[in-house]
Design a protein around this ligand. Structure first.
Ligand SMILES: [Zn+2]
Length: 344
């Protein structure tokens, strides 16, 4: 797609070659600008899995009411929506009162260097926006907790850390294996982490705010349970934890991703390791997650826990205020998008 009208109106600065910082100067310079963000890149496709796709991962095919392809939701959808809206407004002759800034990073999924550089540039210019809107959620037709539509506005971003657990053992030939090889130790560590998840907190934002918003649509039994958490806390926690999306909102998630061991079928690994990716809840920190992993695996001999070398460690973001003008605007837009009656 091409957007000549909006590109003609906005000044364009390329940052780190491919990231785009576009500015549409408003008529009232006293108003703080609004920043709309999206990232242009997507994650790659696992080699050899192209055939598993209903439509090619990079075809951008529109079929059955959906756009099919890698990044259709994360985050080409936001990118295209911002440009479509901007182009339509520019074409209509509208001019913003408040300066509008588009910030399109190019390597979000790898390192986020583009977004960081744009941030540094805006900071050096003393830009203090009234709102920064980045990729977020959507209006869902079928919100898992209510079975009804709901509009979800993301007010925080979880932190991120990948930890590598390594078991160093003697290795040797698989004809005389020791009682507990490195591979077994790693397996035990992963099982321990799976069984001892980071604690869930149903009373912390944003989950408690979400429950408040959809309370009227909750089934009676669920509503009673939420209102009586002192009594039914563990039942509710169990229910919420059983749903992958709800679980991701109430706690730091634990996801083992990479595993390595021996490179030959008859050789014991001298070093076996697993990488576990954690998305950090606002209640936790990189340090508390690292400590959790050490505690939970401390009974297993010969393990070391380190930050994965290619990983990016970042603390969870602060939780954005929901009593701000920016939030009220978003809320109104989300409600209208959902047909006027959806809880937000
Ligand atoms: Zn994304």
């Amino acid at each position: 797609a091409r957007y000549p009208a909006i590109f003609a109106k906005m000044t364009m600065e390329k940052v780190l070659t491919h990231a785009m910082l576009m500015t549409w100067t408003g008529t009232d310079a006293s108003l703080p600008p609004v920043i709309l963000m999206a990232h242009q890149d997507v994650v790659p496709v696992n080699p050899g899995t192209d055939a598993d796709w209903t439509h090619g991962p990079f075809g951008g095919v529109v079929a059955d009411g959906y756009v099919w392809g890698r990044g259709a939701m994360d985050d080409k959808g936001s990118l295209i929506a911002i440009l479509e809206a901007g182009d339509a407004l520019a074409k209509s002759g509208w001019t913003p009162k408040r300066t509008v800034i588009f910030a399109f990073g190019h390597d979000e999924e790898v390192s986020g260097a583009g977004a960081r550089e744009i941030f540094a540039l805006l900071k050096s210019r003393n830009v203090t926006p009234v709102m920064v809107l980045d990729e977020g959620y959507a209006v869902l037709d079928n919100y898992p907790l209510t079975g009804k539509p709901a509009a979800l506005i993301g007010v925080a971003e979880k932190g991120y850390i990948s930890l590598q657990i390594t078991a160093t053992t003697e290795g040797g030939h698989s004809s005389r294996p020791p009682r507990e090889s490195g591979a077994v130790r790693i397996a035990r560590a992963l099982v321990a982490l799976e069984e001892k998840q980071m604690p869930a907190d149903l009373s912390a934002p944003p989950f408690n705010q979400m429950i408040e918003a959809v309370a009227a649509d909750l089934p009676f039994v669920t509503r009673v349970a939420f209102a009586n958490q002192w009594l039914l806390g563990s039942v509710i926690t169990g229910q919420v934890s059983g749903d992958a999306s709800a679980n991701a909102i109430v706690r730091t998630t634990t996801a083992p991703t990479m595993m390595t061991g021996s490179i030959k079928d008859n050789v014991l690994p001298q070093r076996a390791s697993a990488v576990v990716n954690f998305r950090i809840h606002p209640n936790d920190t990189v340090a508390s997650v690292t400590q959790h992993v050490k505690d939970v695996t401390s009974h297993i001999e010969g393990l070391t826990v380190t930050e994965y070398e290619d990983g990016i460690g970042s603390e969870p973001s602060p939780v954005s205020a929901t009593d701000s003008e920016a939030y009220r605007v978003l809320e109104a837009v989300a409600r209208a998008t959902g047909g006027g009656e959806v809880p937000v």
